[in-house]
Design a protein around this ligand. Structure first.
Ligand code: SOE
Length: 397
């Protein structure tokens, strides 16, 4: 569908924290929220009331083929991403699917091909791309002001899984995938590293560790939930195979080097995505927890680029929705992403920097290289080159 006069009709599968974020952004982007599905009819009815959806769907399988839905937002646990995306595309829907796109690169690749074959728009919320200062860093590195890039390094640290009593469906490989910490958050860091620099990770050496080998068997909690009373401390435990931490060093296709520390055990770190690009003329640092400023280092001193649209390049200013001094944040990034994907559905052309299923496939391939390297004691492991961005990928009928 492109150029439709009627508002898009959005359906949301999954009513947790991220489902609510999607619902808010869909509405702000002008869609009607026609349906919500959740893990049960009862929770779907509760979610429909809470999110203001026009109706609750009896199941996700019904929602993805519903006649009153044009675009499906899949916010269910990871093992459902492939079957639900496939069913939605087969039913002629556009699809936004939460990362990881699928539990392995074969599944992600199948979805990339299916979306193209169906002529439907697709997106994966690598939403940190939508911080205006991320775009400013990208402009500086792409237009030559920064000079040739030499290093990319940083961390993505959280602490919401730092205790044995902390649990979530992501911990279980059958539901979340063989990789947990890296697939869940290292994928964001690598997406930004490549998106901003234009470099591609060509080979890597990785170590992973499961430092909390057993976790509560009491049943998973939502992401970031806390167990302050230690209620599960005495409860039954279950063994864990997915990694808590990953350390990755890498080379890029254009001669840069880099490394990243990924952890979901780092006490006091809530969502500490920090990334530095060191180039010949300047270094740039983006800290996701301080998104209103981009640190800029030069030999003669350091400065800060503020999120002031008057000072930013057009590509960055496009994503500014509030005046300088009125902080933009995570929700605004989601708004920008959903607005861009809906614009692609309407206009038939992808706005600059829209993260697609092909980026979800890229993340799956990097994740598989991390696991393969870690399984061979950190052996250097090649990462397949990404899909070339073809005109076909950027336009749909
Ligand atoms: C949990 O680690 C989580 O919600 C991730 O799943 C998101 O992708 C990330 O943006 C924030 O943390």
């Amino acid at each position: 569908m492109s150029g439709g006069a009627h508002p898009l009709r959005a359906g949301i599968v999954g009513a947790g924290f991220i489902g609510a974020v999607h619902a808010r952004s869909a509405r702000l982007a002008g869609a009607r929220l026609t349906a919500v599905a959740a893990s049960s009819e009862r929770s779907a009815a509760e979610a429909a009331r809470r999110l203001g959806a026009e109706r609750a769907c009896a199941s996700a399988e019904q929602l993805v083929v519903a006649d009153d839905v044009d675009v499906v937002h899949i916010c269910a646990p990871n093992h459902l991403h492939l079957p639900l995306s496939r069913a939605a595309l087969d039913a002629g829907k556009h699809v936004i699917c939460e990362k990881p796109l699928a539990l392995d690169s074969a599944g992600a690749g199948a979805l990339v091909e299916l979306a193209a074959a169906c002529g439907r728009w697709d997106g994966v919320p690598f939403v940190y791309r939508y911080h205006p200062l991320v775009r400013e860093a990208r402009e500086r590195l792409h237009d030559g002001r920064s000079g040739p890039l030499r290093l990319i390094h940083g961390t993505y640290l959280q602490d919401w899984l730092s205790r044995p009593s902390d649990d979530n469906w992501r911990v279980t490989a059958a539901l979340g995938g063989r990789s947990r910490a890296f697939a869940d958050i290292g994928s964001h860091w690598c997406d930004l590293a490549e998106f901003v620099s234009g470099h591609r990770i060509s080979r890597l050496s990785a170590r992973t560790a499961t430092m909390v080998p057993q976790r509560s068997a009491a049943g998973g909690r939502p992401a970031f939930a806390r167990d302050d009373d230690g209620a599960d401390d005495a409860g039954p435990r279950r063994p864990v195979s997915t990694e808590d931490v990953a350390l990755v060093q890498f080379e890029t296709d254009r001669g840069a080097l880099g490394n990243v520390v990924v952890s979901q055990l780092s006490q006091g770190r809530k969502n500490h995505l920090w990334i530095e690009w060191d180039a010949a003329e300047e270094s740039l640092v983006f800290d996701q927890e301080q998104p209103e400023r981009l640190w800029r280092g030069e030999r003669d001193g350091a400065s800060v680029i503020e999120r002031d649209p008057a000072l930013l390049s057009p590509a960055a200013a496009r994503l500014v929705t509030l005046p300088a001094g009125h902080p933009q944040g995570y929700g605004d990034c989601f708004d920008g992403f959903v607005t861009d994907l809906y614009a692609a559905i309407r206009d038939g052309v992808a706005p600059d920097g829209l993260p697609r299923f092909a980026d979800g496939l890229r993340a799956a391939r990097i994740t598989e290289a991390v696991l393969a390297s870690a399984a061979r004691d950190g052996a250097w492991t090649a990462v397949p080159a990404p899909l070339s961005t073809t005109a076909a990928a950027e336009t749909r009928a």
